[in-house]
Design a binder for this molecule. Structure first.
Ligand code: CP
Ligand code: NVA
Length: 321
């Protein structure tokens, strides 16, 4: 079993798309993270990379976004390419044109890749099946792979390694929980999902993640966070979900606060949150604005991780489905 520290990057990926981290091996995730770390360093020292010069990324959004839009848009421009923002509700998609037709039209326009943020994971898969160009999942109800790549980059920067660390995600068993389980399990990071059983992550994804590594799903905060190097959480209500008092009541005891952070038993534990955050709900201001919090490094790393994804996927000469 390798750690990222033992891996020599090849500079290529066999993957054609990034739909879910299920499709990626540990080595393929290392490829992205190591390229991201390298590009980040080069970018910060003023070295220009226009490897995607002339390439166009169509970015379809069916849900709101700050970080995902900013980071893909800025990243594409920094790499010499052109990001094309498409609000799904302004497209014929919003009037029920099939995604399969939209995908085929996009691929006739000289577009080199598609990033999509939407509800149903099946839509992302349909785009990939019909589009003929690389498709990147910018969040669905099921997964948020780009965010977890940025988080893993942040963890690697803080600890200088990944394998053998422990990450505890506290709260709703949502798209973030699903992607953490898969990504961490594959990289040998011991992952705990801590929350009420009513909002545990869905069983098929948990069962899959358990085939990949060490995954614990528990209601017990002390057990779940003990020894954790990373504590992370997310909103109680994801985009598209109605506010629901009973869910709020069940999740409130799982708020990440100073007391919970102490239960890791480690001063070196870091706190992550994909953002946007609701101070006073899933996390206290004292934690998210405190010295253990690296949430803005994490947000910045969306840029660097996604630049690596775009370089590896859109930089390829051709694609066959
Ligand atoms: N974390 C994240 O995906 O943020 P946005 O919803 O602002 O894109
Ligand atoms: N779980 C959240 C993540 C936002 C980046 C949502 O889906 O709304």
């Amino acid at each position: 079993m390798t750690d990222i520290t033992d891996y020599s990057p090849k500079g290529v990926l066999k993957n054609k798309h990034l739909l879910t981290l299920k499709d990626y091996s540990a080595e393929e995730i290392y490829e992205i993270l190591l390229l991201a770390a390298q590009e980040k360093k080069r970018y910060k020292s003023g070295v220009k990379n226009d490897a995607l010069k002339g390439k166009i990324l169509a970015m379809i959004f069916s849900k709101s976004s700050t970080r995902t839009r900013l980071s893909f848009e800025a990243g594409m421009i920094q790499l010499g390419g052109y990001p094309m923002f498409l609000n799904a509700s302004d497209m014929q998609l919003g009037r029920n044109e099939p995604l399969s037709d939209t995908a085929r039209v996009i691929s006739r326009m000289g577009i080199d890749g598609i990033m999509i943020r939407t509800y149903d994971q099946k839509d992302v898969e349909e785009l990939a099946a019909y589009g003929g160009v690389p498709v990147i999942n910018g969040l669905t109800d099921l997964y948020h792979p780009c965010q977890v790549l940025a988080d893993l980059l942040t963890v690697y920067e803080r600890f200088g390694r990944l394998r053998g660390l422990k990450l505890a995600y506290i709260g709703d068993g949502n798209n973030m929980a699903n992607s953490y389980m898969i990504g961490c399990a594959k990289l040998g990071i011991d992952v705990s999902i801590v929350g009420p059983k009513e909002y545990a992550p869905q069983k098929d994804i948990t069962d899959y993640a358990k085939t990949q590594g060490t995954v614990t799903v528990t209601e017990d905060i002390t057990r779940g966070v003990s020894g954790a190097d990373v504590i992370c959480t997310d909103v109680f209500f994801s985009m598209g979900q109605e506010k629901d008092k009973s869910k709020e009541r069940l999740l409130t005891p799982y708020q990440v606060n100073d007391e919970l952070m102490k239960k890791t038993g480690k001063d070196s534990t870091i706190f992550l949150h994909c953002l946007p955050a609701h101070r006073g709900e899933e996390v206290t201001a004292s934690v998210i604005d405190g010295k253990q919090s690296f949430v803005f490094d994490e947000a910045e790393n969306r840029l660097h991780a996604q630049k690596a994804v775009m370089l590896l996927l859109l930089g390829q000469k051709s694609i066959s489905n």
